[in-house]
Design a protein. Structure first.
Length: 366
């Protein structure tokens, strides 16, 4: 019995592979010096393909299922071995199990920036990164072109090759898309689908496909992103002239409520006025020359009016007259215009006082 057990151990009865990893694409069955017995069981599980290789030549390919190996289901190997009459002798062949499931969450990224011509900003340097999925669709071609005689072929052995193909296609995709970087986020899914289709077509000879390609982010250099942030801030502020005018009036009002800080408030108001002049220059207006005195009160100045504890205005002469006629502008109402150090009663400003309702003259003595 010992001799028969030894002889029986030289033959392989069951050929199968249980994958306990998440990154093995190809696994060569460990035959060593043993021979495969004709009539042995071959078990190919779902998401697997078995490929027989004899003396360096790819032979028969088996889809998922359980097979009893005979010359009938090994036609190519039988031809290579010369079994013309179904001679059921043991044989030596290499059996490769190829994992045909999708390998997900494989990463890619640009090591160096890609220079493209943006329709809005001109030439810009872009970086991008994302992920993709890989699947073997032609096991025999994959074995010939990429695996060779490697007994265990993992995903990290092919990702470098795929990354080179991705980075070779990405500049063409971004350069011909004619989409601004600001609108790129809305088109990333469409761009990913186009790139996946292009790469799958190019990699068909290697027996693989990329079912899914994801562009997670496209970024600009830090200095360009900072400039875009400044541009966004200006868009939020809107009219810089009205913004600085509002800030100036608020500063002067606070100074009037706090006499001890009048000097500080006045200085802030002057700073805001300077900012207003700068904003007018940016908007194409003409800033007054240095040393020009503030406008005279009689030259149609604009006044702010304190009504019910709130700042209103600015008002021109017609606006002040309307307030006076409605009773909102009175002799004791505080007013202020550009060039005044503080808020003063309306009766102390000749131009405004002339607009106040005048009472009848005193009666003559009896």
């Amino acid at each position: 019995m010992g001799i028969f057990d030894k002889i029986r151990g030289e033959f392989i009865d069951i050929i199968e592979w249980l994958d306990d990893t998440r990154d093995t694409i190809v696994y060569r069955f460990p035959r060593y010096e043993n021979e495969i017995k004709m009539g042995a069981k071959l078990v190919v599980r779902e998401s697997q393909t078995a490929v027989f290789v004899n003396e360096g030549k790819v032979g028969d390919v088996f889809a998922p299922g359980t097979y009893t190996l005979t010359t009938q289901n090994l036609p190519i190997l039988s031809t290579l071995k010369g079994w013309k009459y179904g001679f059921n002798s043991p044989f030596k062949a290499e059996v490769y199990f190829i994992n045909t499931r999708q390998f997900t969450d494989l990463k890619w990224g640009t090591q160096n920036p890609i220079i493209v011509r943006d329709p809005e900003f001109g030439p810009v340097r872009l970086r991008a990164f994302g992920s993709y999925t890989l699947r073997v669709v032609a096991p025999a071609a994959f074995l010939k072109e990429l695996v060779g005689t490697d007994p265990v072929f993992k995903t990290d052995e092919v990702t470098g090759f795929l990354r080179q193909n991705i980075l070779g296609k990405l500049p063409t995709l971004l350069g011909t898309a004619n989409i601004s970087v600001l609108d790129m986020a809305a088109h990333q899914e469409e761009a990913g689908k186009r790139l996946a289709a292009s790469l799958t077509k190019e990699l068909a000879a290697q027996g693989v496909e990329l079912p899914r390609f994801v562009i997670e982010n496209v970024s600009l250099p830090p200095e360009v992103e900072q400039a875009l942030d400044k541009r966004s801030q200006m868009g939020v502020l809107g009219d810089l002239g009205r913004f600085t005018q509002f800030q100036s009036a608020n500063a002067i009002e606070q100074a009037a409520k706090n006499p001890g800080a009048a000097g500080e408030g006045l200085g802030m108001g002057m700073g805001m006025a300077l900012g207003q002049r700068m904003a007018q220059g940016m908007q194409g207006g003409t800033a007054p020359a240095a040393g020009t005195p503030p406008p005279l009160q009689g030259a149609g100045a604009l006044y702010y009016v304190g009504i019910d504890g709130r700042q209103q205005g600015p008002f021109d002469t017609n606006g002040l007259r309307t307030l006076a006629n409605s009773g909102q502008l009175k002799a004791g109402t505080l007013v202020w215009c550009q060039g005044m150090a503080s808020w003063v009663p309306a009766s102390s400003v000749a131009e405004v006082a002339a607009l106040l309702p005048q009472g009848p003259p005193p009666l003559p003595p009896s």
